[in-house]
Design a protein around this ligand. Sequence first.
Ligand SMILES: [Zn+2]
Length: 256
Amino acid sequence: MASSQAAYGEGKYLCAKDGVQFPAPRSEAQLQQRQWAPLCPLCGGSLQLLDTDEARVNPHNSYAMSKYGGEQIALVLGRRYGIASTAMRYSIVQGTRQSFRNAYSGALRIFAMQVLSGQQPTAYEDGEQVRDFVNVDDVARANLLVLEDARADYCAFNVGGGRRVTVNEFARVMAAGAGRPDLEPHSTGEYRFGDTRHISSDVGALRALGWQPLGDIQRSVGAYLEWAQQQPDFGDFASKARSYMQQVGAVRGGAQ
Ligand SMILES: [Zn+2]
Protein backbone atom coordinates (compact mmCIF):
# COMPACT_ATOMS: atom_id res chain seq x y z
CA MET A 1 0.00 0.00 0.00
CA ALA A 2 1.05 3.59 -0.38
CA SER A 3 0.70 6.85 1.39
CA SER A 4 2.09 10.31 0.96
CA GLN A 5 4.79 11.71 3.19
CA ALA A 6 3.69 15.15 2.08
CA ALA A 7 0.52 14.73 4.07
CA TYR A 8 2.15 14.16 7.41
CA GLY A 9 2.14 17.67 8.81
CA GLU A 10 4.95 20.09 9.52
CA GLY A 11 7.55 17.43 10.28
CA LYS A 12 10.49 17.40 12.63
CA TYR A 13 12.47 20.46 13.75
CA LEU A 14 15.06 21.39 16.32
CA CYS A 15 14.82 24.37 18.66
CA ALA A 16 18.22 25.33 20.10
CA LYS A 17 16.57 25.89 23.46
CA ASP A 18 13.76 23.32 23.60
CA GLY A 19 15.06 20.39 21.57
CA VAL A 20 13.09 18.36 18.98
CA GLN A 21 9.69 19.81 18.05
CA PHE A 22 6.79 18.83 15.78
CA PRO A 23 5.11 22.20 15.22
CA ALA A 24 1.41 22.54 14.52
CA PRO A 25 0.25 23.89 11.13
CA ARG A 26 1.03 27.56 10.58
CA SER A 27 -1.87 29.87 11.39
CA GLU A 28 -3.76 31.87 8.78
CA ALA A 29 -2.61 35.09 10.51
CA GLN A 30 1.03 34.00 10.27
CA LEU A 31 0.69 33.21 6.57
CA GLN A 32 -1.06 36.50 5.83
CA GLN A 33 1.95 38.24 7.33
CA ARG A 34 4.22 36.15 5.10
CA GLN A 35 5.96 34.66 8.09
CA TRP A 36 6.54 31.40 6.28
CA ALA A 37 8.79 29.55 8.72
CA PRO A 38 7.14 27.39 11.40
CA LEU A 39 8.06 28.60 14.89
CA CYS A 40 8.88 26.73 18.07
CA PRO A 41 5.58 25.88 19.83
CA LEU A 42 7.25 26.41 23.21
CA CYS A 43 9.34 29.58 22.90
CA GLY A 44 8.16 31.02 19.58
CA GLY A 45 11.75 31.12 18.33
CA SER A 46 13.18 29.92 15.04
CA LEU A 47 13.62 26.25 14.24
CA GLN A 48 16.11 24.18 12.30
CA LEU A 49 14.62 21.65 9.84
CA LEU A 50 15.43 17.99 10.50
CA ASP A 51 14.71 15.02 8.25
CA THR A 52 11.52 13.34 9.46
CA ASP A 53 11.80 9.65 10.15
CA GLU A 54 8.97 7.10 10.30
CA ALA A 55 8.59 7.12 14.10
CA ARG A 56 6.30 10.08 14.54
CA VAL A 57 3.14 10.53 12.50
CA ASN A 58 1.42 13.89 12.62
CA PRO A 59 -1.52 13.97 10.19
CA HIS A 60 -3.51 17.20 10.22
CA ASN A 61 -5.79 17.01 7.22
CA SER A 62 -8.41 14.54 6.03
CA TYR A 63 -6.16 13.22 3.27
CA ALA A 64 -3.32 12.47 5.70
CA MET A 65 -5.67 10.91 8.24
CA SER A 66 -7.15 8.62 5.59
CA LYS A 67 -3.63 7.54 4.55
CA TYR A 68 -2.68 6.83 8.13
CA GLY A 69 -5.92 4.91 8.67
CA GLY A 70 -5.04 2.77 5.66
CA GLU A 71 -1.61 2.08 7.09
CA GLN A 72 -3.07 0.98 10.40
CA ILE A 73 -5.50 -1.40 8.68
CA ALA A 74 -2.69 -2.95 6.63
CA LEU A 75 -0.11 -3.22 9.40
CA VAL A 76 -2.23 -4.05 12.46
CA LEU A 77 -4.68 -6.39 10.77
CA GLY A 78 -1.91 -7.76 8.55
CA ARG A 79 -0.01 -8.82 11.63
CA ARG A 80 -3.12 -10.23 13.30
CA TYR A 81 -4.03 -12.42 10.34
CA GLY A 82 -0.50 -13.22 9.22
CA ILE A 83 -0.73 -11.28 5.91
CA ALA A 84 2.70 -9.75 5.32
CA SER A 85 2.08 -6.02 4.77
CA THR A 86 4.33 -2.99 4.34
CA ALA A 87 3.40 0.69 4.29
CA MET A 88 5.28 2.93 1.87
CA ARG A 89 5.24 6.68 2.54
CA TYR A 90 6.13 8.14 -0.81
CA SER A 91 7.51 11.61 -0.93
CA ILE A 92 6.79 13.72 -4.03
CA VAL A 93 7.05 11.24 -6.88
CA GLN A 94 8.31 12.58 -10.20
CA GLY A 95 8.30 10.97 -13.61
CA THR A 96 6.68 10.67 -17.00
CA ARG A 97 2.95 10.06 -17.54
CA GLN A 98 1.96 12.33 -14.64
CA SER A 99 -1.30 13.75 -15.94
CA PHE A 100 -1.03 17.36 -17.04
CA ARG A 101 -4.84 17.69 -17.10
CA ASN A 102 -4.82 17.70 -13.31
CA ALA A 103 -2.85 20.89 -12.80
CA TYR A 104 -4.02 21.70 -9.26
CA SER A 105 -0.78 20.49 -7.74
CA GLY A 106 2.56 19.07 -8.78
CA ALA A 107 5.59 21.25 -9.42
CA LEU A 108 6.78 18.96 -12.21
CA ARG A 109 3.74 19.35 -14.47
CA ILE A 110 2.89 22.93 -13.52
CA PHE A 111 6.41 24.25 -14.10
CA ALA A 112 6.66 22.24 -17.34
CA MET A 113 3.45 23.86 -18.62
CA GLN A 114 4.55 27.33 -17.60
CA VAL A 115 8.05 27.10 -19.03
CA LEU A 116 6.99 25.43 -22.29
CA SER A 117 4.40 28.17 -22.83
CA GLY A 118 7.02 30.87 -22.20
CA GLN A 119 5.90 31.90 -18.71
CA GLN A 120 8.00 32.28 -15.58
CA PRO A 121 7.43 29.40 -13.14
CA THR A 122 5.33 30.62 -10.20
CA ALA A 123 6.11 29.38 -6.70
CA TYR A 124 3.86 29.70 -3.67
CA GLU A 125 5.09 31.55 -0.56
CA ASP A 126 8.66 32.66 -1.34
CA GLY A 127 9.71 29.55 -3.25
CA GLU A 128 12.27 28.66 -0.61
CA GLN A 129 10.20 25.73 0.71
CA VAL A 130 12.18 22.52 0.82
CA ARG A 131 10.63 19.60 -1.00
CA ASP A 132 11.66 15.99 -1.19
CA PHE A 133 11.33 14.82 -4.78
CA VAL A 134 11.82 11.15 -5.58
CA ASN A 135 12.13 9.63 -9.03
CA VAL A 136 9.45 7.11 -10.03
CA ASP A 137 12.08 4.50 -10.95
CA ASP A 138 13.43 4.68 -7.40
CA VAL A 139 9.89 4.23 -6.08
CA ALA A 140 9.43 1.15 -8.29
CA ARG A 141 12.69 -0.35 -7.00
CA ALA A 142 11.66 0.36 -3.41
CA ASN A 143 8.35 -1.46 -3.97
CA LEU A 144 10.09 -4.50 -5.46
CA LEU A 145 12.55 -4.57 -2.58
CA VAL A 146 9.91 -4.64 0.16
CA LEU A 147 7.89 -7.26 -1.72
CA GLU A 148 10.88 -9.59 -1.70
CA ASP A 149 12.57 -8.79 1.62
CA ALA A 150 10.85 -10.24 4.71
CA ARG A 151 12.63 -7.69 6.92
CA ALA A 152 10.18 -5.14 5.53
CA ASP A 153 7.09 -7.01 6.73
CA TYR A 154 4.79 -5.01 9.03
CA CYS A 155 6.99 -1.90 8.79
CA ALA A 156 6.43 1.61 7.37
CA PHE A 157 9.09 3.20 5.18
CA ASN A 158 9.73 6.69 3.90
CA VAL A 159 10.52 6.68 0.18
CA GLY A 160 12.21 10.00 -0.56
CA GLY A 161 14.86 11.45 -2.81
CA GLY A 162 17.58 11.72 -0.16
CA ARG A 163 18.25 15.36 -0.94
CA ARG A 164 16.61 18.66 0.00
CA VAL A 165 15.58 20.76 -2.98
CA THR A 166 13.83 24.13 -2.80
CA VAL A 167 10.90 24.87 -5.09
CA ASN A 168 12.93 27.70 -6.64
CA GLU A 169 15.81 25.32 -7.37
CA PHE A 170 13.40 22.87 -8.96
CA ALA A 171 11.93 25.66 -11.11
CA ARG A 172 15.43 26.64 -12.31
CA VAL A 173 16.20 23.05 -13.27
CA MET A 174 12.96 22.97 -15.26
CA ALA A 175 13.69 26.25 -17.04
CA ALA A 176 17.23 25.12 -17.89
CA GLY A 177 15.97 21.72 -19.07
CA ALA A 178 13.54 23.42 -21.44
CA GLY A 179 16.28 25.69 -22.79
CA ARG A 180 14.79 28.76 -21.08
CA PRO A 181 17.16 29.58 -18.20
CA ASP A 182 15.99 33.20 -18.54
CA LEU A 183 12.62 32.25 -17.02
CA GLU A 184 13.38 32.86 -13.36
CA PRO A 185 10.96 31.54 -10.72
CA HIS A 186 8.65 34.19 -9.40
CA SER A 187 6.57 34.43 -6.19
CA THR A 188 3.63 36.70 -5.43
CA GLY A 189 3.27 35.76 -1.76
CA GLU A 190 0.30 33.51 -2.49
CA TYR A 191 0.03 30.38 -0.40
CA ARG A 192 -2.00 27.21 -0.42
CA PHE A 193 -4.26 26.95 2.61
CA GLY A 194 -3.06 24.06 4.82
CA ASP A 195 0.22 23.59 2.98
CA THR A 196 3.35 22.34 4.69
CA ARG A 197 6.39 24.62 4.74
CA HIS A 198 9.13 22.03 4.34
CA ILE A 199 9.08 18.34 3.48
CA SER A 200 12.23 16.33 3.98
CA SER A 201 12.13 12.66 4.84
CA ASP A 202 14.75 10.47 6.42
CA VAL A 203 15.20 7.41 4.19
CA GLY A 204 17.67 5.65 6.50
CA ALA A 205 15.36 2.70 7.21
CA LEU A 206 15.00 1.85 3.53
CA ARG A 207 18.71 2.43 2.91
CA ALA A 208 19.43 -0.12 5.65
CA LEU A 209 17.68 -2.72 3.46
CA GLY A 210 20.03 -1.91 0.57
CA TRP A 211 17.95 0.66 -1.37
CA GLN A 212 19.19 4.08 -2.36
CA PRO A 213 17.74 6.83 -4.54
CA LEU A 214 19.53 6.94 -7.90
CA GLY A 215 17.41 9.40 -9.89
CA ASP A 216 18.00 13.11 -9.42
CA ILE A 217 15.68 15.99 -10.32
CA GLN A 218 17.54 16.69 -13.59
CA ARG A 219 16.65 13.19 -14.74
CA SER A 220 12.99 13.47 -13.68
CA VAL A 221 12.62 16.87 -15.34
CA GLY A 222 14.37 15.80 -18.56
CA ALA A 223 12.22 12.69 -18.92
CA TYR A 224 9.02 14.62 -18.22
CA LEU A 225 9.79 17.40 -20.71
CA GLU A 226 10.54 14.85 -23.41
CA TRP A 227 7.37 12.90 -22.69
CA ALA A 228 5.13 15.98 -22.34
CA GLN A 229 6.16 17.41 -25.68
CA GLN A 230 5.11 14.19 -27.41
CA GLN A 231 1.55 14.47 -26.10
CA PRO A 232 -0.76 15.98 -28.74
CA ASP A 233 -2.96 17.84 -26.23
CA PHE A 234 -0.25 19.05 -23.88
CA GLY A 235 -0.82 22.73 -23.10
CA ASP A 236 -1.21 25.25 -20.31
CA PHE A 237 -3.80 23.67 -18.03
CA ALA A 238 -2.11 25.35 -15.05
CA SER A 239 -3.43 28.91 -15.50
CA LYS A 240 -7.06 27.83 -15.35
CA ALA A 241 -6.42 25.55 -12.36
CA ARG A 242 -4.75 28.39 -10.49
CA SER A 243 -7.62 30.82 -11.13
CA TYR A 244 -10.07 28.25 -9.88
CA MET A 245 -8.04 27.63 -6.72
CA GLN A 246 -7.92 31.38 -6.06
CA GLN A 247 -11.67 31.62 -6.61
CA VAL A 248 -12.53 28.89 -4.07
CA GLY A 249 -9.94 30.03 -1.51
CA ALA A 250 -7.58 27.06 -1.82
CA VAL A 251 -4.91 29.59 -2.83
CA ARG A 252 -4.84 32.76 -0.75
CA GLY A 253 -2.79 35.90 -0.26
CA GLY A 254 -0.91 37.51 -3.09
CA ALA A 255 -0.15 41.01 -4.20
CA GLN A 256 -0.60 43.61 -1.45
ZN1 LIG B 1 11.89 26.73 21.51
